[in-house]
Design a protein around this ligand. Structure first.
Ligand code: TXA
Ligand code: MG
Length: 339
């Protein structure tokens, strides 16, 4: 299959809408990361997403909508908590897990009786949904297990030959995937941290949001994941990544001791020139939004440069940093060393 990359304009938006209506795939930018869209009601179309990504069949997809009225048929109930969170954070980078409605294909939800829904703020997503009339299922546009793409170029690197169209809408603003919160139980549970933070949701809801422990730690062998995506290896570059937790001075000393061919650093902005190995920087230490924006492209850059072993500076674990830490610790297969 030939993959076209088209700038966003009238013609490419019309083509994208036609493809979606006829059960084909379209890769497109969102405010978080690039996604691969298919009609969420059409099981045959959604199967093509799993094939294109090499994604395990039991990992459910998020349904994307562009107005509250579209929830009808996609979810079977809109709980009060969901209304409050939608009013505060939609359109934006928040996915809510709700009871599944009859119109969503079982393939989309991987057979679960719940569905993840989000209303993105990106104008390209909104235009494509409006033109096609299709609420689409869309995972991140990477090959399963690789870092999520935040540009049309990175999407092309993974998806060339696997789908007919990539809409090029430039770089994504946030750079990490949406926050996922489950609202199907007695208490709200954070399943994946993102730009919308636990603290912000607690303020809107006026109650605690539980943090699924799988967010910051490895699942025990045989443990059932509340969100199937948690159990898979994720975001991993080819290089072996280890997070070094400690001061900048300790980091510099550790690198000096371990410097060798193929050893790279993944450090904060402004640090690289003071370090004894080549480095990729991923945002200022005090600016988690910058780290989120740069992390995935930095991991891909390390692969392109041929890094074999990567030692990463450790982000914090609160606010937006929780999202950065959650992605980095998976890229590092949970290797964290105290220095
Ligand atoms: O920002 C995003 O959410 C991006 C863009 C493209 O919108 N999409 C995205 O999708 O990150 P994906 O498939 O890469 O991640 C979806 C995550 C997975 O970890 C999955 O297990 C979880 O959401 N998820 C989806 N539906 C769920 C459900 N019904 N119950 C629990 N977890 C669910
Ligand atoms: Mg993904």
């Amino acid at each position: 299959m030939q993959t076209k990359v088209m700038q966003v304009d009238e013609q490419s938006l019309t083509y994208a809408a036609e493809l979606l209506r006829s059960g084909q795939l379209v890769a497109l930018p969102t405010e978080t990361v690039y996604g691969i869209a298919a009609d969420a009601r059409n099981g045959e179309a959604v199967k093509k997403i799993f094939e294109a990504k090499g994604r395990p069949q039991d990992n459910p997809l998020i349904v994307h909508i562009c107005g509250m009225e579209m929830l009808h048929g996609i979810v079977s109930e809109v709980p009060e908590r969901a209304k409050k969170l939608a009013a505060a954070f939609w359109p934006g980078p928040l996915t809510m897990v709700l009871p599944k409605g009859p119109e969503v294909s079982e393939v989309t939800c991987a057979g679960l009786d719940t569905v993840g829904v989000r209303m993105p703020s990106h104008p390209v997503v909104q235009a494509v949904i409006r033109r096609s009339g299709v609420a689409f299922a869309a995972p991140s546009a990477n090959l399963s297990g690789k870092p999520s793409p935040t540009s049309a170029e990175d999407t092309f690197a993974d998806m060339n030959g696997r789908l007919p169209l990539i809409l090029d809408g430039g770089e994504c603003t946030y750079g990490v995937e949406s926050t996922v919160v489950s609202l199907t139980g007695d208490q709200p549970v954070l399943l994946r941290p993102g730009y919308v933070t636990k603290e912000e949701m607690e303020q809107v809801l006026g109650e605690p949001v539980l943090v699924s422990h799988a967010i910051l730690e490895k699942l025990a062998d045989g443990e059932v994941a509340r969100s199937p995506g948690m159990k898979y290896k994720h975001y991993a570059p080819k290089a072996e990544v280890t997070i070094l937790e400690g001061s900048f001075d300790a980091y510099r000393e550790y690198l000096a001791e371990h410097a060798a061919e193929g050893v790279w650093g993944l450090c904060f902005e402004g640090e690289g020139e003071h370090l004894p190995v080549p480095c990729i920087e991923y945002g200022r230490e005090t600016h988690p939004e910058e780290q989120a924006h740069r992390l995935f492209s930095a991991l891909r850059e390390l692969d392109r440069r041929g890094a074999v072993t990567v030692y990463a500076r450790c982000p914090r674990r609160d606010g937006v940093s929780m999202a950065v830490y959650n992605r980095l610790i998976r890229a590092a297969a949970f290797r964290v060393v105290q220095i």
